[in-house]
Ligand binder design. Sequence first.
Ligand code: ADP
Ligand code: MG
Length: 362
Amino acid sequence: MAEISFKNVSKAYGLTKALENVSFTCKEGEFFSIFGPSGAGKTTCLELIAGIKGDYSGNIFLGDQNINSLSVQDRNISMAFENYSLYPHFTVFENIVFPLKSPRAKSRSEQEILEIVTKNATDLGISHLLDRSPSQLSGGQKQRVSLARALVREPQAFLLDEPIAHLDAKLRTVARANLKEIAQRLGTTIVYVTHDYREALALSDTILLLREGKIEQIGSPKDLWNNPLSDFVAHMIGDPVMNLIDGEIKEDNGKYFLSSKDITLEVPKKYLSQESMKKKNVRLGIRPNDLSASAGTDANANIKGKVYGFERKSNFFYVHMMLGDTFIVARSFNDKQLSVGTEISISFNFERIFFFQKTFEL
Ligand code: ADP
Ligand code: MG
């Protein structure tokens, strides 16, 4: 096991800058996620760690060793791709034992080899499957076999590139739980690529959020959720996504308003930072769960409008509202009178508002 760090790493493909000046440290034993939309540079990061892509600038370290010029084979890093690529004509045992029999593997007695395979299969809960062929396994079992095969090499770190992205939503939840359990059991350094914020939040010790080859934020799941550093981070994390309302902060008789062409929202002064009061243009963010919608016109509500649509959840609704061009989603627990066109009132939990600078168009 070892720490992995990038120091000012940049990688281009022709004119495309896949990574720009990326620096981070993934600590030993950490579950470290690289998260971001498609094309952000996530896979490129993994390929540079594994050593299968060269021609970059900057430095990559494994522990305190600079591995820029180390070959793929000498890195002892294991990379699992989306498909588990098990050998279909081999049994589970033969698949797992494969790396130990390769010409590059250190020589071991048959007894030692058997012990290593048995231990890893037992650790992953697949020791009863050793005689089966891959076609007789479920997706989750295949995943474990492919992990066991990677593990027998005793890698310094595991790299996983969207390993469960191809599963349907229900299976993905199970696979995510499995991964969490496996990761905890192994305690190995894992660098995990995903474009799914739920996976990143559920699995990671640390999340690195990439945007167009640059680091947007690095932090714990809590940091990214509670303290998103940009509107982009806020927008990437949460479903329904955080409401973002663009406007100007205006003062009128000691009262402060976020004012846009669609909305005038009074914001109690204590929730306005010095910084946001100085700025003309701000982007206010608030998650749907921090907006409470109720039917009718409530004099104390912060904004009022009509129901545009809604989405039923287990014991509440997400109510959609359009105010001009501004789309707002709020949570409602009293669903009885709601239907499209119903008057609704929305109250803000101002404790949970964010102010951002606008960095992308909604
Ligand atoms: P992600 O895994 O986050 O989707 P990638 O690391 O695969 O992103 O790609 C980052 C950027 O580099 C993208 O713009 C992608 O089109 C480009 N890219 C990746 N691989 C190649 C390649 N072999 N040749 C040219 N461009 C590439
Ligand atoms: Mg990718």
